[in-house]
Design a protein around this ligand. Structure first.
Ligand SMILES: N=C(N)NCCCC(=O)O
Ligand SMILES: [Zn+2]
Ligand SMILES: [Zn+2]
Length: 326
């Protein structure tokens, strides 16, 4: 979008009832309807990397359905994200469900194409395996990025059944590949049983800091966000959100649920506290609608993606304004 073009926003829900028509994220136009976009919301229907319950391949479409109720103004960030920048639904990346290596390559190539147009990505999973190719692509563009990872799980394990590319291993691979800025790596929401104490030692050696779910409860969202912001500074930031960072009461529809998690309010508030960070792209993974009830999980996910796209669109608008002033 050039500076004098008005973004094409969502379908007007006062004219077309929100439950009518095919679902795109937040009822936004499809990418092929707008030509190019500042932020592409893209689905990755892939869940062949899971260690327990399958079903996250259906996550993206469940989030799109639940996002019909999102409205154009975000009071928590005092912004109308879809007016500040063009946001469009880029549809799904078609990946091979029978070949994880090939799927990982396909996601990386599709992300390269989208990032190459100048767009930022808001990816809807899919299982957590897809974070690796997305990070590879982002690092090609920005160099090693800061990573903020919301999850019950570390996802820095080595292999499962000898497989290197799984939903429990993306961030170890990313550190090995040198695509993360190891001075700014954080997990938030960690809890639950591990295989052994060594999991934590390995994770720390890779450079990760941990904010447990109990830390968030004790210290509060604002203090946690302040600490994270300081660690991230002005580095290019990638946020990866596994919906199982939330308590199963807030997100039952997921494949490896763990008790004692964040509330959706805590997650949204931490994200809002990071609005000044340089968020270059994000993913939201592990929504498995077959285990959901009354769209609890996909509604939480749709609001989470809304906060993330709001952060990105505010930054795009601010950068555009600064350029115009030059
Ligand atoms: N990324 C998610 N959701 N889970 C990883 C859990 C891996 C395990 O079963 O040990
Ligand atoms: Zn997880
Ligand atoms: Zn995960």
């Amino acid at each position: 979008m050039s500076s004098n073009e008005t973004p094409r926003g969502p379908v007007d829900s006062s004219r077309v009832p929100r439950y009518a028509g095919p679902a795109t994220f937040a009822r936004l136009p499809r990418l092929d309807e707008v030509g190019r976009t500042d932020i592409a919301v893209v689905g990755v229907p892939f869940d062949s990397g899971v260690s327990y319950r399958p079903g996250a391949r259906f996550g993206g479409n469940a989030i799109r359905e639940a996002s019909r109720l999102l409205r154009p103004y975000n009071p928590a960030q005092d912004a109308s994200p879809f007016a500040l920048a063009q946001v469009a639904d880029g549809g799904d990346i078609a990946v091979n469900p029978f070949n994880i290596e090939e799927a990982v390559e396909t996601v990386e190539a599709a992300a390269d194409d989208l990032l190459g147009t100048g767009a930022r990505l808001m990816t809807l999973g899919g299982d957590h395996t897809i974070a690796l190719p997305l990070l590879r692509s982002v690092a090609k563009k920005h160099g090693p990025v800061a990573l903020l990872h919301f999850d019950a799980h570390l996802d820095t394990w080595d292999t499962y059944f000898g497989a290197e590319y799984t939903h429990g291993t993306p961030f170890r691979r990313a550190v090995e590949e040198g695509i993360l800025d190891t001075s700014a790596l954080s997990h938030v929401g960690i809890r639950g049983p591990l295989y052994g104490r060594q999991d934590l030692t390995d994770d720390e050696k890779m450079g990760f800091g941990i904010v447990t779910s109990a830390d968030v409860y004790r210290r509060g969202a604002d203090e946690v966000a302040d600490q994270l912001r300081q660690r991230i500074g002005d580095r290019p930031l990638y946020i990866s959100i596994d919906i199982d960072c939330l308590d199963p009461a807030h997100a039952p529809g997921t494949g490896t649920p763990e008790a004692g998690g964040l509330t959706s309010r805590e997650l949204l508030e931490i994200l809002r506290g990071l609005a000044s960070c340089n968020l270059v792209s994000a993913d939201l993974v592990e929504v498995a609608p077959a285990y959901d009830h009354a769209e609890i999980t996909s509604i939480a996910a749709s609001h989470t993606a809304y906060e993330l796209t709001t952060i990105m669109s505010r930054q795009i608008a601010a950068a555009r304004k600064e350029n115009e002033g030059k």
